[in-house]
Design a protein around this ligand. Structure first.
Ligand code: SF4
Ligand code: SF4
Length: 282
């Protein structure tokens, strides 16, 4: 089963949930944890990982030979990212907008376009323990999109693992859509604030549009407000678990440790989350 962990914005506790859930479930199942938050992966901080594999991720950027180019404009017309324009002097590629999709090369009638590989980041794979494998992507600083890295990382999904947990980038943009492709369930991590609710709505809209069943984990929960509960009730989204707003949990997190290791009752709660998800995806 593939479970994606999402949050509408950063800092809501997505990493806490992903790492604690993966570690707890690895006590009863074989698990693979993938960190696709490629702009700022930090799941690895919580584990002692022996990395065994590293690979480069490249984009193929178009290069135009303007002596051959006949200024027909086909490349520009077919580029859905506005990354190539044609002037009197020839065609020009805007590298920061280019997704390396290869369409311009395909449509060029005179083969004026060739491609040059450019490294945009890397993938690292390793093992945390016998039952818990790990993978992460890392986007080079200044690169505009990590979609290709996420796609390449997901090719390393271990089909022998009983559970794959994918810690997504926050938000609801292209990298999140790429993370969500082919997952069975999405856990929406949120916090009981107005901002939390706003971003939860965006995340829920996205998973609904992609027909992915979902449930909510409320992090830093307090009895002061019920805005998340009200939204969940209105939309019929199950609340899978609540992590209270407690100093002792925040302290353990800030030390780069797993709170489930220190409070075993939460291990039971995370296992119950998994049991509920199994029922929901049936
Ligand atoms: S490779 Fe794709 S994104 Fe880049 S310029 Fe060509 S058509 Fe546009
Ligand atoms: S499609 Fe080829 S020939 Fe036409 S403008 Fe682009 S590079 Fe030039």
């Amino acid at each position: 089963m593939k479970i994606a962990i999402l949050s509408g914005k950063g800092g809501t506790g997505k990493t806490t949930i992903s790492t604690n859930l993966a570690w707890t479930l690895s006590k009863i199942k074989s698990v693979q944890l993938l960190d696709t938050d490629v702009e700022e992966p930090n799941d690895h901080i919580f584990f002692d990982i022996s990395f065994t594999h590293e690979e480069n991720v490249e984009l193929l950027l178009p290069v135009v030979d303007n002596n051959t180019c006949i200024r027909c404009g086909e490349c520009s017309k077919n580029c859905q990212f506005g990354a190539i324009s044609v002037f009197e002097s020839g065609a020009m590629v805007f590298e920061s907008l280019c997704h390396g999709c290869g369409v311009c090369k395909m449509v060029c009638p005179v083969n004026a376009i060739t491609e040059n590989p450019k490294s945009i980041g890397k993938i690292m794979l390793g093992k945390i323990n016998e039952n818990l494998k790990f993978g992460m992507g890392l986007l080079n600083i200044g690169e505009p999109s990590g979609v290709k890295i996420i796609r390449q990382l997901k090719k390393h999904i271990d089909n022998s693992a009983e559970i794959v947990i994918i810690d997504s980038q926050p938000g609801s943009s292209c990298p999140v859509v790429e993370t969500l492709r082919n997952v069975d369930f999405a856990i929406l991590v949120t916090e009981p604030t107005t901002f939390g609710l706003h971003d939860l709505k965006l995340a829920f809209e996205l998973v609904s549009e992609m027909n992915i069943p979902s449930g909510i984990i409320i992090n830093r929960d307090s009895s002061k407000t019920k805005i998340i509960d009200d939204f969940a009730a209105e939309k019929g989204i199950p609340i899978l678990m609540r992590v209270p707003f407690e100093r002792k949990i925040a302290k353990i997190y800030s030390e780069g440790k797993l709170f489930t290791e220190y409070f075993p009752d939460y291990q039971e709660k995370f296992i119950a989350v998994y049991e509920t998800i199994k029922e929901l995806v049936k």
